[in-house]
Write a protein that binds this ligand. Structure first.
Ligand SMILES: Cc1cc2nc3c(=O)[nH]c(=O)nc-3n(C[C@H](O)[C@H](O)[C@H](O)COP(=O)(O)O)c2cc1C
Length: 178
């Protein structure tokens, strides 16, 4: 079994996937790992909608059409759209946001990281996609949930093996006041 250090340090965003299907049980395992994250007041604010096949195609069609309507610079969004079109599974991640606290969103981010690490330990590739925010209103309207969109996550069997990326060191990011 993969050690925690191997999972944390070996995980990379995967943006190219094989077309092979990902069994629902594996996605369930990843979501179960997500549910063990810490959460504000143990509110477990995370919610997930798993898209594959037709439900995924409908969503990515909407996303691409909405991107086409925008006149602003959408950055990497078309790349993220293609990634979602090609990945066998896309998980939409939501925050129930019942109390309207900023910390509720933080809970959901913690859950996403658990999900990504579990997926990696199962040999799956994932990518956290924030580019869905470019079309936030349209996506909210499309799913009609009383929640707040946090991210989309692509999941699939990797068809690339990204090497390590440069990381800031502990001394770059931490101050020790003792
Ligand atoms: C909040 C957030 C939003 C992100 N949005 C996107 C995105 O829209 N498209 C994309 O290709 N990658 C996205 N990523 C992935 C980052 O680019 C990636 O995590 C970062 O470059 C570090 O690489 P690594 O994940 O391989 O360690 C996002 C990551 C985070 C945490």
């Amino acid at each position: 079994m993969m050690s925690l250090d191997e999972a944390i340090k070996g995980r990379r965003s995967v943006r190219v996937y094989k077309s092979d299907e990902v069994k629902r049980d594996l996605i369930r395992e990843c979501i179960e790992a997500a549910t063990f994250a810490p959460s504000a007041k143990n509110g477990q604010q995370w919610r997930f909608i798993v898209l594959a096949g037709e439900s995924k195609d409908k969503f990515t069609d909407l996303y691409r059409k909405e991107l086409d309507k925008l006149t602003i610079n959408v950055g990497s969004s078309y790349g993220s759209c293609t990634m979602m079109e090609e990945a066998p599974v896309v998980i939409m991640v939501w925050n129930t946001n019942e109390l309207g606290w900023i910390t509720e969103g933080h809970s959901v981010s913690a859950a996403i990281q658990n999900l990504l690490l579990k997926a990696y330990s199962l040999g799956l590739g994932t990518c956290w996609i924030g580019d869905v925010f470019y079309t936030y209103e349209a996506i909210m309207h499309y799913f009609k949930k009383p929640w707040e969109l946090i991210a989309a996550i692509t999941v699939g069997w990797p068809d690339v093996n990204p090497g390590p990326r440069l990381r800031l060191s502990v001394d770059d990011v931490a101050e020790f006041l003792y």
